[in-house]
Design a protein. Structure first.
Length: 219
């Protein structure tokens, strides 16, 4: 992690990532009022650091999907190591505010999120609708767990709003997997842009909520 990012995160950060199904599912569950006003320079810097982490999440998961579909197993393993490293960074971001136990819990939840995404990828490769449905349920259940966890830690993060954001995020993962598997590259390019923008919404919401809960750290 770069020194400047570490210093920014020390003054404010948190994380997340989770999901559910395809395009309409993602759109239906994306709250339209999730963007907070980032009033201070410190909060804006924190949001930018969190954006970097969350975009890193979707970047490396996308690499896993592409390399898996192409049969590049060695490359996919390296990508997966980066997914794990990124999840550790995201989890570490909440430790200054909520402690190590909370950071460990966050990492466990993120691991569950990635596990469900990988389950959906494997089900898609196998052309198994039943396994896709099971993976979707795992993503949705995990999204709820993360929403409850973060909402319980920070009263400025409404559980229903978080759940909607996370379910929509999972929907993007599934849509992307479907499109790459079907070689619908133009459509996937649009999904990728939507995924990145959605990560910005989540990062900004988290930064704003943390700043509101811990105002002394953002003066």
């Amino acid at each position: 992690m770069k020194p400047i990012r570490r210093s920014i995160l020390a003054s404010g950060a948190l994380a997340l990532a989770l999901g559910a199904t395809g395009e309409t599912y993602a759109q239906q569950h994306a709250p339209h009022d999730a963007k907070p006003a980032l009033a201070s320079v410190q909060v804006a810097q924190t949001a930018m650091a969190l954006r970097d982490l969350w975009v890193g999440h979707v970047f490396w998961v996308r690499n896993v999907v592409e390399d898996t579909l192409a049969g590049r197993t060695d490359a996919a393993k390296i990508d997966e190591n980066q997914v794990v490293a990124n999840a550790k960074q995201i989890a570490a971001a909440i430790e200054p505010f909520y402690g190590k136990a909370a950071a460990d819990k966050m990492f466990s939840l993120l691991a569950g999120h990635y596990g469900a995404v990988k389950q959906y990828l494997e089900a898609t490769v196998a052309n198994s609708k039943a396994k896709q449905d099971a993976a979707q349920k795992s993503l949705t259940d995990n999204a709820n767990e993360i929403a409850v966890f973060l909402g319980g830690a920070n009263p400025n993060l409404p559980v229903d709003t978080l759940r909607g954001l996370l379910v929509a995020h999972g929907g993007h993962h599934m849509q992307q997997i479907q499109q790459l598997h079907a070689k619908q590259y133009a459509q996937e390019a649009q999904t990728w842009e939507a995924m990145k923008n959605h990560m910005y919404v989540i990062a900004d919401a988290l930064a704003g909520a943390i700043a509101k809960q811990f105002p002394d750290k953002f003066k």
